[in-house]
Design a protein around this ligand. Structure first.
Ligand code: NDP
Length: 447
């Protein structure tokens, strides 16, 4: 495969979509060898068909704010690929949302879902609407307007949305409620639902816990124990908080959190009690990490407009906020400070330059599509429970999550182990995911 030629062609066709091109380039570069080993792939023009989404819906979302003003946002749903199951992927509400970001996320989701061992295709959606600073009623009106347009394109066997940045239990509840109103059906069309109406135990925890389970699998390849390790985390949302919760329970020291305004550094590690306070501040009161720092000047410092990576030494980094939040220079500092592992909770948080630094230094590095796949995996388990009209116990779901994360790790090892023994998790994850989707696409013909 002429990787360069392929990427140049895509750049020409989608010149204003840098995140999408970045995600495609990473995957295409790492699967070039396996793609070239089977001429049938090229005969089916699989690569192009796999990189370009099946379809994209773009729509205007008009809603009325608390002052009676009519507001307009953009809404999107990218149905990327359904070769191995119904389209499946989260919805993001954030002011930065645009087509390029959602296309990169839908593309990544297709590979991630393939790794989960469950039957789910890839999708992503969202809006440039930001719930931050909006009242509950404003968020509800926006969600209803969003679903009024989207409801006709989704369904339990067609496309199953979930949460992502800015979309948690509140937003999923409002969207599902309006979806039900429009369709007059109670089905498992959304995941991340409340426990009283079809949600799964352990879904809120799944992405963060799953990332820690993946990390444990990676550390085990080098006989390293998590207890006592210093872990830097970015973000302070769903993924970051549950990652920290699991790490603390395992005896690790969590030394940082962040949000889009800045970072807090806790040099000695946050205690379980202090973490519970931060958890409540973020989840019950939608507070900011700066508020926690202001209340606890004795244990932590606040750094406005800064990311945690260069502010504190750590053994392990778990970026859990957003894409491209860890660059090459920051990666160099992490490695110089003795970081031995990076496991991504967010999607594509490390830039290509950062990934190269990690891999050149031969430290453990897990890309988000493998390490954060626990969230969508438990979403898949939520769909299974909804179809059965049954609820599984937390222990049952957690055990299945652990098994899935171990299986994803195994796939990475199988396809990513280099002649010198180093496990290239990027190559492993991309190759394993590609092969499954590619086989399914070939058997289904040109559709
Ligand atoms: P949340 O909205 O719950 O939290 C996001 C966190 O990241 C917040 O602390 C937010 O700060 C911060 N953040 C968002 N955008 C930026 C930015 N541009 N710069 C700096 N900080 C930012 O989202 P999640 O925790 O659900 O998602 C975090 C990441 O994990 C995303 O990349 C998402 O795609 C990925 N992911 C999530 C899954 C899930 O199950 N939720 C599953 C798999 C991946 P602020 O409050 O200031 O906006």
């Amino acid at each position: 495969m002429n990787v360069k030629g392929f990427i140049e062609d895509l750049k020409g066709r989608f010149p204003h979509e840098p995140e999408y091109l970045q995600a495609v380039e990473e995957v295409v570069t790492s699967i070039a060898e396996v793609y070239d080993s089977c001429p049938t792939f090229e005969r089916y023009n699989l690569l192009e068909r796999l990189c370009i989404p099946d379809r994209i819906y773009t729509f205007r979302v008009s809603w009325v704010d608390d002052q009676g003003k009519v507001r307009n946002n953009m809404g999107y749903r990218i149905q990327h690929n359904n070769a191995i199951g119904p389209y499946k992927g989260g919805i993001r509400f954030h002011s930065s949302v645009n087509l390029s970001i959602l296309k990169f996320l839908a593309f990544e989701q297709t590979f991630k879902n393939s790794l989960t061992t469950l039957a789910m295709g890839g999708a992503k959606g969202g809006s440039d609407f930001s719930p931050r600073g909006k009242s509950d009623m404003e968020v509800m009106r926006f969600c209803q307007a969003f679903i009024t347009e989207l409801y006709r394109h989704i369904g339990p066997d067609t496309d199953v949305p979930a949460g992502d940045i800015g979309v948690g239990a509140r937003e999923v509840g409002y969207m599902y409620g309006w979806y039900k109103k429009m369709t007059r059906e109670f089905t498992g069309t959304f995941t991340g639902k409340g426990l009283d109406f079809g949600g799964s135990l352990m879904r809120p925890e799944a992405t963060g816990y799953g990332n820690v389970y993946f990390l444990l699998n990676m550390l085990a390849t080098r006989g390293i124990d998590i207890a006592g390790k210093r872990v830097a985390i970015s973000g302070s949302g769903n993924v970051a908080l549950y990652t920290a919760q699991k790490l603390i329970s395992l005896g690790a020291k969590v030394v940082s959190f962040s949000d889009s305004d800045g970072s807090i550094i806790i040099p000695e590690g946050i205690s379980a009690e202090q973490f519970d306070e931060l958890f409540d501040l973020k989840t019950l009161y939608r507070g900011r990490v700066s508020e926690f720092a202001a209340k606890h000047p004795d244990i932590c410092t606040y750094h406005a407009h800064q990311r945690p990576w260069t502010l504190v030494g750590c053994d392990i980094a778990m970026p859990s906020a957003t894409q491209n939040e860890l660059n090459g220079e920051e990666a160099k500092v992490l490695v110089a400070n003795g970081c031995i592992a990076v496991s991504e909770g967010a999607n594509m948080p490390s830039t290509p330059e950062a990934i190269k630094v990690f891999q050149d230094a031969r430290i453990l590095y897990a890309p988000g599509k493998a390490a954060n796949a626990g969230g969508v995996s438990v979403s898949g388990l939520e769909m299974a429970q909804n179809s059965q009209r049954l609820n599984w116990t937390a222990e049952e779901v957690d055990n299945k999550l652990k098994a899935i994360m171990a299986d994803i790790h195994k796939q990475c090892v199988e396809h990513g182990t280099q002649p010198d023994g180093y496990i290239n998790y990027v190559k492993g994850a991309n190759t394993a995911a590609f092969l499954k989707v590619a086989r399914a696409m070939m058997m289904q013909g040109i559709v």
